[in-house]
Design a protein around this ligand. Structure first.
Ligand code: ADP
Ligand code: ZN
Length: 339
C-alpha cells in the first residue's frame, strides 16, 4: 500500500494506492457506512460487500439522472442515515458521481469516499471533486464540487472490468498524455492495452501517474477558471457525439480528440504528423477515430453546450503533443471547421 495526500484549498484527500478492500473497515466504522454501488458490481462483489449496508443503483450513464439520486436519498432515509453516516461510492464514474452528489446534498452534506473500480473512475471521475448528474441529454449539468475524504485504489477490481470499459477508460489516459505528458505519450506508444492488462505493476504505475496529472491540473485551478479547462480536450465534440450516438464516453472522446487535433492543425499550427501520431495511438488502444458523423446534429448540440459563452466557444487545442491551450473559437469559424 502506498498512501499519498492530495491537498485542495478546503480539504486534503488521502489516497491509498495498491490497497486491499479490507482497509475500508479500518478507515470507516462499518456500522456508520453505506456503500453506494451499481447492480453489476453489487452482484459480482456480493461476498466482498457482506456485512456492509449497500444501495445498488441501476448501471449505466442513462441512469446518471436526478431520479436515481432521489431513489438513493429515499433508501438513505430507510437506512436511517444521519449526519454521522459515511457514504462509500464503489464503482465506475457513474457511481462515484451519483454517490458524491447524493452525499453532498443529503442533510446538506455528509462525508463520503470512493473506491473507483473502472479505469475511467480511477484516473478521472474519482479525482477532482466534481460530482453530479446529467439532465436529460445535458451531461453533468447539475452538480457540486466537493471532495471525498479518501480514495481507495484496489486494482483487483479491474479483473472483472469488461473489455469495452478498459478501452473507453484509456481515452482519458491518452487525453492526459496529449495535454500534459509527452513522456507518457511515448510510454503508451511503446506499450499496448494487453501489456497493461497483463501486468499489475504496469497498470498500477500508469494509474498513479494519471491520478497525479489530474490532481496537479485540478489543484492549480480548482474552480475551473483556467488550466482545468484543458481536461476538456476532446470533450466538446465528444459530448455531442456521446449524446447523439449513445456510445461509451471514452469512444466519443476519442473521436472528439481526433476532431480537436484537426482543428488544432487548421487554427493552431499543430503539425499534421502530430495528429497522425494521436490517431495511431488511439487506434493502438482499440479506440474509434472515425470522423463520419452527422454534422448538422453535432452543430445543434454544440450550440447548447455549457462551455459556450456568447458567440464564442472555448476550445482546447494542441500546440504539440503534451502541450495544450484554451482558445476561443467564434461560432461561425467553428461551423466552418466542423464542415
Ligand atoms: P465509467 O465508464 O464512467 O466508469 P460506469 O460507472 O457506468 O462508467 O461503469 C461502466 C460499466 O462498467 C458499468 O456497467 C459498471 O457496472 C461496470 N463496471 C465498473 N467497474 C467494474 C468492475 N470492476 N467489474 C465489472 N464491471 C464494472
Ligand atoms: Zn471524460
Amino acid at each position: 500500500m502506498d498512501k499519498q495526500q492530495y491537498k485542495f484549498s478546503i480539504k486534503t484527500v488521502d489516497c491509498y494506492f495498491d490497497a486491499d478492500f479490507s482497509l475500508l473497515e479500518e478507515l470507516v466504522p462499518k456500522e456508520k457506512a453505506v456503500i453506494i454501488t451499481d447492480e453489476n458490481i453489487a452482484s459480482l462483489y456480493a461476498k466482498t460487500f457482506a456485512g456492509w449496508k449497500v444501495i445498488a443503483v441501476k448501471p449505466g450513464e442513462e441512469n446518471k439522472q436526478q431520479a436515481t439520486v432521489d431513489s438513493v436519498i429515499g433508501q438513505l432515509i430507510k437506512l436511517q442515515a444521519d449526519r454521522e453516516t459515511f457514504i462509500i461510492g464503489v464503482g465506475g464514474g457513474v457511481v462515484t458521481d451519483i454517490a458524491g452528489y447524493a452525499a453532498s446534498v443529503y442533510m446538506r452534506g455528509i462525508k463520503f469516499a470512493f473506491v473507483p473500480t473502472s479505469i475511467l473512475a480511477m484516473v478521472d471521475a474519482a479525482v477532482g471533486g466534481k460530482n453530479g448528474v446529467d439532465v436529460g441529454m445535458y451531461k453533468n449539468l447539475v452538480g457540486v464540487i466537493r471532495h471525498p475524504e479518501f480514495l481507495l485504489y484496489n486494482y483487483s477490481f479491474l479483473k472483472t472490468l469488461p473489455q469495452d470499459e478498459w478501452v473507453s477508460g484509456f481515452a482519458e489516459i491518452i487525453k492526459h498524455a496529449c495535454i500534459k505528458d509527452t513522456a507518457m505519450f511515448e510510454l503508451l506508444e511503446n506499450n499496448s492495452l494487453e501489456e497493461f492488462q497483463n501486468s499489475s505493476s504496469k497498470i498500477a504505475e500508469l494509474i498513479k501517474r494519471n491520478v497525479e496529472i489530474k490532481y496537479n491540473v485540478v489543484s492549480n485551478d480548482e474552480f475551473e477558471t483556467g488550466e482545468r479547462k484543458l481536461l476538456n480536450f476532446g470533450h466538446t465534440i465528444g459530448h455531442a457525439i456521446e449524446n447523439i450516438y449513445k456510445i461509451p464516453h471514452g469512444n466519443a472522446v476519442s473521436i472528439g480528440m481526433v476532431a480537436a487535433c484537426k482543428i488544432s492543425e487548421t487554427i493552431n499550427g499543430f503539425p499534421v504528423e502530430g495528429s497522425q501520431r494521436v490517431i495511431a495511438l488511439l487506434k493502438k488502444y482499440h479506440l474509434p477515430v472515425d470522423l463520419k458523423f452527422d454534422k448538422e446534429k453535432i452543430w445543434e448540440v454544440l450550440l447548447m453546450d455549457k462551455k459556450k459563452s456568447g458567440d464564442t466557444m472555448n476550445f482546447i487545442l494542441l500546440n504539440k503533443i503534451g502541450d495544450a491551450i484554451v482558445k476561443p473559437v467564434s461560432l461561425p469559424q467553428l461551423k466552418d471547421l466542423i464542415n
